[in-house]
Design a protein around this ligand. Structure first.
Ligand code: DHB
Ligand code: FE
Length: 282
């Protein structure tokens, strides 16, 4: 049977791709951020997960404001990056995993999650930057990735309670999949950030660190927040924390924190890198 063996939270901002493309990892600005990553890379290279389920928010590339699915997932064998305007170099496609994708889609729709199912789907920095962080030089082609998008760009958007429940349903779907494979779940984005308006650049470290603590030991507490609470506490785009909350929902076993690196600001965000181990319930 399939098992979720762990999870990762990470920033996904496009500036990371630029820093990596230009070899800036050791510069004073970037070093405290990149220094967090080797232990997570080592763990992934040791565990060699068969599939990554990756929660991110589409930033308007595939789903613009005229059509905005609340939840969408890919069931394709390949995904192309379609970021524009960030100065990000052209990068290779991401490998998909259609069999497990369809199993998850069938299972969660049966459970009552009205997921938009995409047989073709362009992905953006929310998905490709985290993969490049884990396998630098875009050497992630061997890993099969299932993209799951949660709307946090345009109202109405799902609340933390609902995104956590979506994670729970995806976790149950994976644990009921008959093939013996290991899965790791990524929650990307966040943490506190505000890209524009009067509070542009607003960062709330205490809130971010408390969210990381709660993701480990008390995730239900995060489901008590509304999206407005997240905006008040962490800035307008802190609603991206829903990706981390959904990720945590998928972990149905005993969860242990293996590694953490919080650093702020990086661009306009607080960056929360965390590696969690999940002792599968079976
Ligand atoms: C930034 C943050 C994001 O979440 C994003 O999607 C794009 C840019 C930033 O802070 O630069
Ligand atoms: Fe983002």
């Amino acid at each position: 049977m399939a098992k979720i063996i762990g999870a990762v939270t990470t920033s996904h901002i496009p500036a990371i791709a630029n820093a990596m493309a230009n070899g800036l990892e050791e510069t004073p600005y970037w070093k405290p951020f990149f220094d967090g990553y080797p232990p997570v890379r080592d763990w992934l290279n040791e565990k060699k997960p068969d599939v990554i389920i990756l929660f991110y928010n589409d930033h308007g590339l595939e789903f613009f404001i005229d059509k905005k699915p609340t939840f969408a997932m890919g069931v394709a064998d390949e995904y192309y990056n379609s970021d524009e305007g960030w100065g990000i170099p052209t990068i290779p496609p991401v490998t998909g995993e259609s069999d497990l994708s369809w199993h998850i889609a069938n299972s969660i729709v049966d459970e009552g999650f009205d997921m938009t199912i995409c047989q073709e789907m362009k992905v953006d920095h929310g998905l490709t930057v985290p993969l490049n962080l884990m396998w630098p030089g875009h050497k992630y082609g061997h890993v099969k990735v299932i993209p799951v998008c949660i709307n946090c760009e345009q109202y109405p958007m799902p609340q933390p309670k609902r995104t956590f429940e979506l994670g729970r349903a995806i976790g149950r779907a994976v644990e009921s999949y008959e093939k013996d494979i290991n899965v790791v779940v990524f929650g990307t984005g966040g943490m506190s950030h505000q890209l524009d308006g009067e509070r542009a650049g607003f960062i709330n470290r205490a809130f971010d660190i408390d969210c990381l603590d709660k993701l480990v030991t008390d995730p239900e507490a995060l489901t008590k927040y509304s999206n407005i609470d997240l905006v008040e506490q962490g800035g307008a785009q802190a609603v991206e924390l829903n990706m981390l909350i959904a990720m945590r929902g998928t972990l149905l076993g005993k969860v242990t924190e293996l590694h953490r690196n919080y650093h702020a600001p990086i661009s306009n965000t607080g960056s929360g890198l965390m590696l969690l181990e999940n002792e599968s319930p079976k």
